[in-house]
Design a protein around this ligand. Structure first.
Ligand SMILES: [Zn+2]
Length: 67
């Protein structure tokens, strides 16, 4: 399943809003899915999007390199 397909079916588990793919630096892969309303990013680990509120990474920490 590619990123576009995932974006069609995934929603933020917190607000049920739309997500945006966050591209990885230089990898061409999707590193995570971002919810602008909640200012969090749901990480992709081992190619699996982790859509759990408790695993969501605040955007500020994500920008500091947390994954
Ligand atoms: Zn949200």
């Amino acid at each position: 399943m590619n990123t576009e397909e995932l974006l069609q079916i995934l929603a933020c588990p917190k607000c049920l809003g739309r997500l945006e793919a966050v591209p990885g630096a230089g990898t061409g892969q999707t590193d995570g899915f971002s919810c602008a309303a909640c200012a969090v990013i749901y990480p992709v680990r081992d190619d699996i999007p982790v859509m759990l509120i408790e695993e969501a990474i605040p955007r500020q920490e994500w920008d500091q390199g947390k994954r």
